[in-house]
Design a protein around this ligand. Structure first.
Ligand code: NDP
Length: 303
């Protein structure tokens, strides 16, 4: 069994920043990279809001740089998916299909996955007009017409944010009423650039090289209509990747890991960082900051 001071589960900005800090603090560190090494940023194209890159940087390149930086300080990378964890005894153990690893502490940085609609054309046109993050991609839609799908707080927030860039924002919601908080609904409804189509859903994305239109189905009449559009932001929620921990760690609303004092989970010695416990900010830079905090807290705990 390979023994570590700290095992970091997840290799997005939270996990890799934690690894840079713990490895540099001379703690024997391993990162178990998971099914999407690099995390959500590997799906994006250009990242323009990560400080320090004045001309922007491609998401995959940013993650490769972070990995290189962590390796420079001696972090070990394990390219595997975790199949189970045992947080009941110290040292904790983490099992992958090929090995079992043990560690005195763990940082969970497994992130969250955006929910998608799962309809025809979506997979092909992701990043070519379809996005799940207005903060990341809104800037590319200056003067364009966009749709935001969803009726919750995320959809209202994304729609309102997008009005800074877009010519028009149409919220498409499948029900007759929004379920966002009243204050966020009002902000969106009062915005002259935002209109709302109720009882409708996107059943198809159309376009070859880039998104050109969507097919909307009216759920009351069952009638289909094609609507030309430059961009669609899917804002129907995120699912935190907490399946592995659900019987061993306290989870809160929506399945997110409950963090006490910013990084502590309900198990002493197990820390958390990034989108797996943060439904509010969900940015690469906030995840990286959280990874740094978790690493510093692990150092102090192990001391
Ligand atoms: P929610 O789960 O609250 O809302 C999801 C929305 O998407 C609902 O309107 C839902 O409609 C709709 N939806 C779900 N699946 C589909 C589908 N397949 N097709 C079409 N529509 C669909 O997620 P949010 O991300 O909005 O919010 C998550 C949490 O984060 C909440 O607790 C929220 O308050 C919080 N949040 C807080 C913010 C803030 O305080 N600034 C900002 C953003 C989020 P239906 O009701 O029909 O299922």
């Amino acid at each position: 069994m390979d023994k570590y001071d700290v095992l970091i589960i997840g290799s997005g900005p939270a996990g890799l920043t934690a690894a840079i800090y713990t490895a540099r603090a001379d703690l024997k560190t391993a990162v178990i990279a998971g099914s999407v090494p690099g995390g959500q940023l590997t799906w994006t194209t250009e990242v323009e809001n990560f400080p320090g890159f004045s001309d922007g940087i491609m998401g995959p390149e940013l993650m490769q740089n972070m990995e290189k930086q962590a390796k420079r300080f001696g972090a070990n990378f394990i390219n595997a998916e975790v199949s189970s964890v045992n947080l009941g005894n110290v040292p904790f153990s983490v099992t992958t299909p090929d090995s079992v690893y043990s560690a005195r502490s763990i940082i969970i940085a497994t992130g969250a996955s955006a929910r998608w609609l799962g309809v025809e054309g979506e997979e092909k046109l992701k990043g070519k007009g379809i996005s799940a993050c207005a903060t990341c991609d809104g800037f590319f839609f200056k003067g364009k017409d966009v749709i935001v799908v969803g009726g919750g707080d995320s959809a209202m927030e994304e729609a309102t944010f997008l009005t800074k860039f877009a010519n028009s924002v149409t919220v498409v919601h499948r029900d007759a009423e929004l379920n966002a908080s009243k204050v966020m609904q009002k902000r969106a409804i009062d915005n002259p650039k935002i209109s709302i189509i109720f009882n409708s859903e996107i059943v198809k994305f159309n376009g070859e090289e880039k998104l050109e239109s969507v097919t909307l189905k009216n759920r009351s009449t069952n009638a289909n209509e094609e609507k030309n559009i430059d961009g669609v932001f899917v804002a129907i929620g995120h699912t935190p990747n907490t399946e592995l921990f659900k019987d061993q760690i306290e989870l809160g609303k929506g399945g997110y890991i409950v963090a006490k004092n910013e990084t502590e989970t309900s198990v002493v010695g197990v820390y958390v960082a990034g989108d797996v416990s943060d439904f509010k900010y969900r940015q690469a830079i906030t995840a990286a900051g959280a990874g740094c905090k978790a690493a510093i807290d692990v150092e102090r705990y192990l001391d």
